[in-house]
Design a protein around this ligand. Sequence first.
Ligand code: FAD
Length: 332
Amino acid sequence: MDFHDYQDVWVFIEEKDGAIAPVSLELLGAGRGLADKRGCNLAGILIGENISHLADTMFEYGADIAYIYDQPIFKNYRTESFMQALLHCSNKYKPEIILYGATSTGKDLASAVATDLPTGLTADTTELDVEEETGLLLASRPAFGGNIMATILCKKYRPQMATVRAKVMKALTPQPGRKGKIIEESISLKEEDIRTKVLEIVKETTKKVRIDEADIIVAGGKGLGSAEGFQLIHKLAESLGGAVGASRDVVEAGWIEHAHQVGQTGVTVTPKIYFAIGISGAIQHIVGMKNSGLIIAINKDPEAPIFEACHYGIVGDAFEIVPILIEQFQQA
Ligand code: FAD
């Protein structure tokens, strides 16, 4: 097949509460690097209602082009309507690469678009590059239980598409006043053409610090012994104003919800400080927290693999050490 018409790198821009979601800014940073290597433009595609003003932010964070679908029908995210806009834009302007955040919206949209175009989709990638000779996207992700990194190429179809985990790419330092080209598009789509309706939006009311936004994460593992023992992790997190993280075994035991799971099948986090308490340090856990600023491990087994991955390690019983830490932090 002739792919000559397919040129630029695109990022699907997610909007949340009137601002561009951090994962999309990170992807603009990653996309800028890919576009520079390929010698092409970086574009952002933004779909929503009253969102056109966000084009400036896209340019400041590295985009050259902003494709905008600003229509009332796009007020709330719905697979069918957003997919129609993305297909329309992609068929018209033919991107070589489209990146989406591996969020619930990004994963949903990318897989729907992939089936309709049709093209491939590399899901949940953690590394991106382009092959020098061909300019093909090299999308890498952990595979076989996190034991290897698999690099996946989409040779036969266009666009090449990937969802990318939050917090693994870096947003560029914004350049205020940086300009780009705005391309306003629209599609004729009627409300009755869309099978899903948004009846109500219920906002999360919890005051707890979100794990993907926290500067400090206190994560606990099976070493805490029980759901009651795991309360110690909540107390330490509270004394530090941090969020609670967990290993998969803890989530599977039902001590905490999956939203708190760190690792390959959980969330990737990069807090300033990460406490790993009673966590052995399986590779599937390490891949989700290894880029934290400072990693402090507490484990009673001096041979635990977590001690290979931490900056500071305390060999000892969590039930003796953590209460002392809580007391100290509460006094500080
Ligand atoms: P354990 O391995 O049982 O470790 C408990 C640790 O606590 C031990 O090191 C022990 O010495 C220590 N300990 C015991 N008592 C105390 C005490 N009183 N004080 C201090 N230390 C104590 N895991 C994840 O975390 N995230 C993932 O996303 C993930 N994805 C996976 C995907 C796949 C495909 C597979 C196969 C596995 C995945 N896992 C994941 C599971 C992973 O392999 C490990 O099984 C899991 O991380 C172990 O959890 P843990 O460290 O809490 O438990």
